[in-house]
Design a binder for this molecule. Structure first.
Ligand code: NCD
Length: 480
């Protein structure tokens, strides 16, 4: 066997959100994935692998799935096997210790002694972040509730790149259940980072969640343009890239008309999603169908059609033979792309170098509101992992304090939903005030003294009283 230089073991890092990967990381994963396609690919079918390597020999990947999966689990397992590693799997919560009531925090600590990396899928938003907190080995999010699905996004963007759709300034339409689809949430952050414009085409009542919409506008500097013109409503990304490193790569440059006319351009890709019926109480909702008739409109003449799959009627099978359909290729790229990600996280000799790791997409510095006591605000998202009774002893409410367009908000560290409109109390002085921005104005050391409550009534119940406004000083009477 050819001897290969050993890399020092990389520091443990997790991929819970697409934003845990810097633009440079994403580019390196793509380059490595392309390398696997070039060296291990099937000569007949350019999107599939036909050979394996031995670089991960002796390494083990655990797949820990609490929700159904075909593509994500099997492509991760295939990826590890193609790298020459081994796989252990827990694919059915009914046959794992979860059925006996074991917490995720305990399961992850146990499994981390059996494997070198864990892929986790869970119905609760934020579960992967909690798993990462307890894991000494890399945790990869294979989909957590309706939060994120970052590795699907890697496959999606890789597919678009393979179709020569370098995304800067292109219009990408996203259709269907934009609220419940975790693939959409990771995808829109990536689109914004790559400079694409996002054209939302939600099913009725299934718009992007408020916290995702806000992050696009506030954090990724997208400007929202309400519906007008051929394309309709869209989030336009700024002309300046977010991380210039990525755009220094000539491969990511593309000649396009100036951004002012972007809205008049065509749609470069349509990303279709299914109705996430497992995440909605009302199962009988109207839902758009993408078919040949829909795609007849001239603006879709060059549009690649993507879908994370499975499809359940929203994407007509007659499109399968349409040259614009790329969804089966997209699923096939799950193997080389996930191989490259595993290689990055495990520091495999043929994988991308980790030295450039900068902590992911440059986040704004935000204070962390993290109280080791149980009183006060808990995450507003009822499906967040912090509300899972089994995890109660292992998780507490943690929030980033965010300065938004409309004041101060608390963003849950796990599911990234926002809480707003709360009151802030001082534990030392026992008052509360209807002023969330106190969390922003107080210095870090005093932040520890403050506690947020949903409303004044909850603060009063916990023994706090409304803060009195300082009374205006009385003028002393002039001596007569
Ligand atoms: C997606 C998922 O699980 O979020 N599937 C996948 O991983 N390819 C999409 C879906 O289930 O609708």
């Amino acid at each position: 066997m050819k001897s290969v230089a050993q890399r020092p073991a990389p520091a443990t890092r997790h991929v819970v959100s697409i934003n845990d990967l810097s633009d440079q990381d994403i580019q390196s994963v793509f380059d490595t994935a392309q390398g696997y396609l070039d060296t291990l690919g099937d000569r007949q079918l350019p999107y599939r692998l036909a050979k394996s390597s031995r670089v991960a020999s002796g390494r083990i990947l655990a797949t820990l799935f609490y929700e159904p999966s075909t593509r994500t689990r099997l492509s991760f397992e295939s990826a590890m096997l193609r790298l020459g590693g081994e796989v252990i799997t827990s694919a059915d919560p009914a046959t794992s210790s979860a059925a006996k009531g074991e917490s995720l925090a305990d399961s992850v600590r146990v499994i981390s002694s059996y494997a070198d990396a864990i892929v986790i899928r869970h119905p609760r938003d934020g579960a992967a972040r909690l798993a990462a907190e307890y894991s000494p080995i890399p945790v990869i999010n294979g989909g957590d509730g309706s939060h994120e699905h970052p590795t699907q996004t890697l496959c999606d963007v890789f597919t678009l790149k393979r179709k020569n759709k370098n995304l800067k300034k292109l219009n990408v339409a996203i259709s269907g259940d934009l609220r419940g689809s975790r693939t959409i949430h990771s995808f829109v952050y990536a689109l914004a980072r790559l400079g694409a414009s996002i054209v939302p085409m939600p099913a009725p009542g299934m718009e992007l969640p408020a916290h995702v919409d806000r992050r696009l506008r506030e954090e990724f500097n997208c400007s929202f343009r309400p519906a007008k013109g051929a394309i309709g409503a869209l989030y336009m990304t700024p002309d300046e890239p977010h991380q210039p490193a990525l755009f220094a790569d000539p491969d990511f440059e593309i000649d396009v008309k100036p951004s002012a006319s972007r809205s008049e351009q065509k749609i470069a890709a349509v990303y279709v999603t299914r109705f996430q019926k497992e995440r909605w109480a009302d199962k009988d909702q109207a839902y758009p169908k993408i078919d040949a008739q829909f795609l007849k409109d001239a603006k879709y003449s060059q549009a690649s059609v993507l879908h994370p799959l499975p499809r359940v009627g929203e994407l007509d099978v007659s499109l399968d033979t349409d040259t614009r359909a790329v969804y089966f290729e997209q699923a096939a790229y799950g193997v080389p792309v996930r191989m490259a990600l595993i290689a990055l996280l495990l520091g495999l000799p043929d994988g991308p170098a980790m030295e450039t790791y900068s902590g992911g997409f440059a986040p704004a510095e935000r204070p962390l509101y993290d109280h080791p006591f149980t009183e006060g605000l808990s995450c507003s998202n009822r499906n967040c992992i912090v509300h899972e009774p089994m995890e109660a002893p292992y998780v507490r409410n943690k929030f980033h304090v965010v300065r938004g367009e409309d004041g101060c908000r608390l963003r849950c560290l796990y599911c990234e939903h926002d809480s707003e409109g709360f009151v802030v109390a001082s534990r030392k002085n026992k008052w509360y005030a209807d002023d969330p921005s106190l969390l922003l104005t107080e210095a870090d050391h005093t932040l520890k003294d403050l506690v947020a409550f949903r409303d004044g009534a909850s603060a009063q119940e916990a023994g706090y009283r409304a803060r009195q406004q300082a009374a205006p000083r009385r003028r002393s009477k002039p001596a007569s």
